[in-house]
Design a protein. Structure first.
Length: 425
């Protein structure tokens, strides 16, 4: 089984490092979009207000000093006395609407009136003013004055009889009503979004932690069950069930292996004269020795058949590993407390591995002539002896095997060239 499948699904990690940052980014993006929309909406509202102020100022001036006002709009020169009257009237309007400053421009961009008297008659040619005189639409500019203070310059078109007649420039503090309007709209929405994020965090974090604990608990149970299952069936069987669903077919495959087959000699007679508990304990001890050596050499236990062990070796140097495991088993058993001995057969060749059975009952096994011959060689081996075909011994370079001969085995017509190894040699 792949290592990553042994690990619990990292739900919490994915939530903390993927989903939550994505959620946070979404909220930041939402706040930015909300801020942009609020700013544009507030700007529109504020320009509409400034347009209304402009109309009121122009109306008041035209009612109070109609002739002077018309002269100003036509770009005609006025006397100092009239300029003083006009300045006083504009100052009153400026104070009433809490403006920092006030200017009036002709369409030629000439300053017709300014709260700074020395600027009257000069030409102004900034981008915002050009946009208003050319397009007739109001605009807002954030401007930093020479003294470092920041003001809002509102350029407002003034229409007379449906035609653009002049441009008013209203100066307001950046901390005035416009700023108050932005804060009044922005902060409640931001606080609401942050509150929502906080609620979601408090809601999801405990759920994710609880789910992660449950995932880890169930994964641990599954891994434990899989490891117990591997003690009952071969690793290849577990892999086959992991990679292939029974509904997908048996998916058998041909493999090249060295088969290990062993059988305890005299076990039937031993069982007849011993208690079932001692028989079972002795069988387990002998099988444990065999399994330890087989697995240490990379072999896989296919199954136990009574007192027989059926295992196989795949891959590189399988002949050498199988032979080495068989010799180690015989040596360990000869030095153990057990009086029972084991005969072992080794044979190399092709076999078919796959799921065998139908319906709800299937078993993974390895079948073929190679398996049958290994079992027959085991039957011919005496206690403490290993019988292997010459091909396996030659590829394993096992020089301590001798007594080369050819024998017939049950079920095969042709003789098999073999070599033997005896623990007492």
């Amino acid at each position: 089984m792949s290592d990553h499948l042994e690990q619990p699904y990292p739900l919490a990690k994915k939530f903390y490092f993927r989903l939550f940052p994505a959620l946070l980014f979404f909220f930041v993006l939402t706040i930015a979009l909300v801020g942009f929309v609020i700013e544009k909406s507030s700007e529109k509202i504020y320009l509409e207000r400034a347009t209304k102020i402009t109309e009121n100022i122009a109306s008041d001036i035209s009612l109070q000093w109609p002739l002077i006002w018309q002269q100003i709009l036509k770009g005609q020169s006025i006397s100092k006395a009239d300029l003083a009257k006009l300045s006083k009237a504009f100052s009153k309007e400026q104070a009433e609407y809490k403006l920092i400053g006030l200017k009036v421009y002709a369409l030629s961009k000439k300053i017709l009136y300014s709260h700074k008297i020395q600027e009257i008659g000069k030409l102004e040619n900034n981008q915002a003013l050009r946009a208003v005189t050319e397009q007739g639409t109001p605009s807002i500019v954030n401007q930093q004055e020479k003294d470092g203070s920041k003001v809002l310059e509102l350029y407002i078109p003034y229409y007379q009889q449906g035609k653009l007649a002049a441009v008013f420039e209203l100066y307001e503090s950046i901390h005035g009503e416009y700023s108050f309007m932005l804060k009044g709209l922005f902060f409640p929405i931001i606080l609401s979004l942050l509150g929502t994020l906080g609620v979601l965090t408090l809601l999801f974090f405990p759920i994710v932690r609880s789910a992660q604990r449950e995932i880890e608990k169930r994964t641990s149970v599954i891994i434990s069950m899989r490891r117990r299952l591997e003690k009952l069936v071969s690793r290849r069987a577990v892999s086959a069930m992991q990679e292939n669903q029974p509904s997908q077919g048996r998916n058998e495959m041909e493999i090249d292996i060295t088969v290990f087959y062993s059988d305890i000699r005299g076990f039937t007679a031993f069982s007849e004269n011993q208690s079932p508990e001692r028989v079972f304990r002795t069988l387990n001890n002998i099988i444990d020795i065999q399994v330890e050596e087989i697995e240490s050499e990379g072999g896989d236990i296919d199954k136990f058949v009574g007192d027989a062990v059926f295992a196989y070796f795949e891959g590189e140097n399988r002949w050498e590993r199988a032979t080495r495991a068989a010799v180690s088993i015989q040596k360990k058993l000869s030095h153990s407390e057990h009086t029972l001995t084991v005969g072992i057969g080794l044979y190399s060749g092709p076999a078919v591995a796959g799921l065998l059975g139908s319906g709800d009952r299937m078993d993974f096994t390895i079948i073929g002539d190679t398996v049958n011959v290994a079992a027959r060689l085991c039957s011919n081996a005496s206690g403490g002896e290993i019988i292997a075909d010459k091909k396996t011994i030659g590829l394993a370079k096992a020089n301590d095997f001798n007594d080369d001969k050819t024998i017939f085995v049950k079920g095969r017509q042709a003789e098999i060239a073999i070599s033997k190894w005896q623990v007492n040699d």
